[in-house]
Design a protein around this ligand. Structure first.
Ligand code: FES
Ligand code: FES
Length: 174
């Protein structure tokens, strides 16, 4: 099979998006996921493919500031939207979440880490806005139970979970 072969015009679309602050415009096969667009067409390989089925969270990115599994999102669905990947988090200095993951040694192989970090950033915004989770019983606080529940869509096969929770707790100021 020829990778990235483009189908006829009836099966392709032009997609315009902001990727990490830079405008992008390209024609894509309508069946292309955002994950494959990022990795195969835009050379943004920081976003990882784990399961390709919405089960591991390795592919998590931020779309208009909200976390999303890019393997479940068609590229055509982000037309006109702002996408942030792990490559877009650093601004001269590492993002505070990246720094906290380093300080707390919150990874081993690192394969899940870009997704964990993007997810954690989106998750803290949800928490700050008061979104309840399955373990919320009153006012929302970034305690360990809330962090674990809200990060449960991001799996780590190296089981770095205690250090991941510690890193997120530090950024949350808890
Ligand atoms: S690669 Fe998207 S959830 Fe696993
Ligand atoms: S650090 Fe290896 S899968 Fe998470």
């Amino acid at each position: 099979m020829v990778r990235n072969a483009m189908p006829g015009p009836e099966l392709s679309s032009t997609v315009r998006l902001m990727l990490n602050g830079a405008p992008q415009e390209l024609t894509v096969d309508n069946r292309t996921t955002l994950l494959d667009l990022l990795r195969d067409r835009l050379d943004h390989t920081g976003t990882k493919k784990g399961c390709d089925h919405g089960q591991c969270g390795a592919c998590t990115v931020l779309v208009d500031g909200r976390r999303a599994n890019s393997c479940l999102l068609l590229a055509v669905a982000v037309d006109g939207r702002e996408v942030t990947t792990v490559e877009g988090l650093e601004d001269d200095e590492p993002h505070p979440m990246q720094a906290a993951f380093l300080a707390h040694d919150a990874f081993q192989c690192g394969y899940c880490t870009p997704g964990q970090i993007c997810s954690a950033i989106g998750m803290l915004d949800e928490l700050a806005e008061g979104w309840p989770s399955a373990v919320t019983t009153g006012p929302v606080h970034p305690d360990d139970a809330e962090i674990r529940e809200r990060m449960s869509g991001n799996l780590c096969r190296c089981a770095a979970y205690p250090n991941i929770v510690a890193a997120i707790r530090e950024v949350a100021g808890a």
